[in-house]
Design a binder for this molecule. Structure first.
Ligand code: BG6
Length: 542
């Protein structure tokens, strides 16, 4: 809370499960839209179920499959959104039986359910429905034989209608060889298959402009753009998808959502975790590449895009692509990098496992971004992300311009703080609006107050790993939440000058583990009379 806060207005909290107007000021919560869901695991699929298909996961033994993909599939089963004609084929190096693979996944799922589902355990009927559709293939990703076996397994799924999705849950070095083998095996040929053939590619999609272009060119020799689903998992977050709803389903925001009224925007993705056993990957990547041109630019696009005329995938993606294209190429002076040193929250980055003891890799990055278009010219977008910071917080804070002070000149009010609308992505889910009111009493005193909307106060929160919508949309052929080649390349183009600086590497400044980032990042904003929003202005959530 800001220090001048002396009142708090909570926006109408109600019981978590309430779908009616809450107490206090009336806020109507629409009842859940009638969904024609399937009859659940053992019954026929409903109108909303995804079409039948074979989902082929390369990297079936990896962390992503265990922690996110299989729990997401399980959640889709529970919701009755998968078709009886689903088959899940896991491909990984190393022979093992299907049973052993399934058992491993079952154990992880139970762990996930114990931690995150209200029931505390996985529903066995739903798991069995999924498990009996799972098959394991052990084989090398570069060997034609592996892909021949995949082809046969897909063909064995008669109810799959020839549809297949190839999910590349593998390290980036395998992206090209796997797509190449898929192409050479004829697995991406939709005419021959008689069904859809889609390829899902995880982040990182390249590590600079040249590599992203090269990767795009390579995969587009084997598949067309409509077959490629490039994932940025931030777009799977409900709160990110809701940005468009908040902006475009309310008359209040859009008229002021422009340079005439908005002073600046801060996009923060701060983490308390360190590199958590990913030292080898992270030391070669760094915070900037890991987060900025992908996750943070996605948030930037959602907050800055022009209103699309429909939710049609190409219409939405065209508007987002316009934002990526409008980003002014970053210069070295627009960026501050940092690395955590020993501090209250732990040891220095350089002492983490698999990190070079003299590493100069950044674990923090901040940037000042400008968009060169009519809506946003002159409005700074400040982006920051880092590991081992004071709090975990992903949010977008939109600060409005100050109002004229004239009428308060002869009152005890000495200043007016600007309005700030905060779109809270994680771990808090919702919005917050900071504004000014009169403090009760005979004289005119100003109090800064805060109106908070929290999803859990109005909607039942589902155990959700963030991949459910992405998988479901991919099965249904909805590309809205996936990234197009042009947007990816435009994002890398905007940061290329910083990744390959002509005047030598950018300095990396120390910050204390558990702090709020390097002091130099404060100076980046001070240049324009701004300051970062404090990372710890409210009690921590568990
Ligand atoms: C990943 C990055 O893409 O996103 C990680 O590689 C980062 O370093 C993670 O921790 C953050 O995602 P989330 O959903 O936990 O905020």
């Amino acid at each position: 809370m800001p220090s001048d806060t002396n009142a708090t207005i909570e926006a109408n909290p109600s019981a978590a499960s309430s779908s009616s107007a809450a107490s206090g000021a009336k806020v109507l919560v629409a009842p859940p839209a009638a969904t024609a869901r399937g009859d659940g695991p053992c019954g026929p699929a409903g109108d909303c179920a995804a079409p039948p298909c074979s989902l082929v996961i390369f990297g079936a033994g990896g962390d992503l499959t265990k922690r996110l993909l299989v729990p997401a599939l399980y959640n889709l089963v529970v919701d009755g959104l998968l078709d009886n004609g689903l088959q899940v084929i896991g491909v990984n190096r190393g022979e093992r039986g299907t049973d052993s693979w399934r058992d491993d996944l079952h154990t992880s799922l139970q762990q996930f359910a114990a931690e995150r589902s209200s029931a505390g355990k996985a529903d066995e009927k739903s798991w069995n429905w999924l498990a009996q559709r799972m098959h394991y293939i052990g084989g090398d990703f570069a060997s034609a034989d592996t892909f021949e076996r995949v082809k046969q397994q897909i063909a064995s799924n008669k109810a799959g209608c020839g549809n297949a999705i190839f999910y590349l849950a593998v390290g980036e070095r395998f992206f090209k060889p796997v797509v190449e083998q898929l192409g050479k095996a004829g697995l991406l040929d939709e005419n021959a298959a008689g069904g859809f053939r889609r390829v899902v590619i995880e982040k990182p999609f390249g590590n600079d402009l040249a590599s992203a272009r090269d990767l795009n060119a390579h995969i587009l020799t084997y598949a067309n753009e409509q077959q490629i689903y490039r994932i940025d998992h931030f777009l799977g977050k409900e709160t990110v998808q809701s940005i468009l709803a908040v902006r475009f389903a309310n008359a209040l925001f859009e008229p002021v959502w422009r340079r005439e009224y908005i002073d600046s925007v801060q996009i923060t993705a701060s983490e308390t975790l360190g590199v958590e056993g990913r030292g080898a990957f992270y030391d070669n990547t760094g915070a900037f590449r890991d987060m900025l041109p992908n996750h943070l630019f996605q948030l930037l696009a959602m907050v800055a895009m022009e209103p699309p005329t429909s939710f049609d995938a190409e219409t939405v993606r065209d508007k987002k692509a316009e934002v990526s294209a409008a980003i002014q190429p970053l210069r070295a002076e627009d960026v501050v990098l940092g690395q955590y040193a020993q501090g209250p929250a732990g040891v220095a980055y350089r002492t983490e496992p698999n990190v070079a003891p003299d590493s100069t890799t950044e674990t923090y990055a901040a940037a000042c971004v400008h968009l060169d278009n009519w809506r946003w010219a002159g409005v700074p977008f400040y982006l920051r992300t880092g590991k081992r910071l004071a709090t975990r917080r992903t949010e977008i804070a939109v600060q409005l311009k100050r109002v004229p002070f004239l009428m308060f000149r002869d009152t005890p009010v000495d200043s007016l703080t600007p309005n700030v609308l905060t779109l809270r992505i994680d771990p808090a889910h919702g919005t917050r609006f900071d504004f000014n009111v009169k403090v009760p009493g005979p004289t005119m005193k100003m109090g800064r107050v805060r109106s908070t909307f929290d999803y859990k106060d109005f909607f039942k929160e589902e155990a959700n790993v963030g991949y459910e919508t992405l998988l479901y949309d991919c099965m249904r052929g909805d590309e809205t939440l996936f990234q197009r080649a042009d947007s990816i390349e435009a994002s890398w183009a905007a940061v290329d000058g910083v990744l390959h600086p002509k005047d030598g590497a950018l300095p990396v400044h120390d910050y204390a583990a558990g702090g709020s980032g390097p002091a130099e990042a404060d100076a980046l904003l001070a240049r324009t009379g701004h300051a970062w929003r404090p990372l710890d202005d409210e009690p921590k959530r568990s």
